[in-house]
Design a protein. Sequence first.
Length: 256
Amino acid sequence: MKKILRGTVAAIAMVAFAGTAAAQTNQRHYAATVPVFGGVTLTNPSGFLGGLAQAAFEGAILFGVGTRYTATADAPSDSETATPTVSVAFNLSGSVNRDCSFYAGNSASARNINFGVIGVRTGNNENVSDAFEMVGPAEAEIESLTAGCNFNNTVSLAKTNGNAGMVNANPGGYDSDEFQANIPYQVAASWTGIGLNQVGPGQGQALNVATTQGSNTISQGAWRSDFELEIEAPVAAKALVAGNYTDTLTLTLQAL
């Protein structure tokens, strides 16, 4: 028969399927030439009738009639259920310490704000109601180009002497109706920042401490900016007793 390969080369195609499950090869073919019936074939017999036909062909082959072709293939299955797509989540973590910064010069002397002589009216031609009063306001300006906090924070200003301002610690005796031994002052701080727990573009911020206040505080979100501080001691209400006037103004940036 033409289908029985004799003296020729048969090419066997071997195919492995990756990913998609495929039936493994299990082929059984018979062919024979039977008088009267001619050529007879049987392909992959199954069931009861197929079993009888297969037995008949096997018996015929024992008596030298017909031929048989079989091909089987097998390979172990995946060790686990195949997963065409794998998704793996990596949890990343780290931390940033809370910090506030303020550049206040390279030494403590940079923070000594000396008004020098605070002039008073000393002319003998002054009216008695003006004698020994301040000639004009005392002013100071402080600027730092580096200031801020990297978390919610408070900005506070506090005068050690409270609303008394700069105080003369050794004034001697004086007529308290006409003289005073303290110089009240006001403070105005400004920078660019953002409100507490707010997210958005920075805007101008201000913190003021009036002459009648000892301290003031404002809450902020994270900010970084230049920082300006203006101090002004207006002309005091009364004449000033001679002596040294001092106070400590404390600026505090505190992360919450």
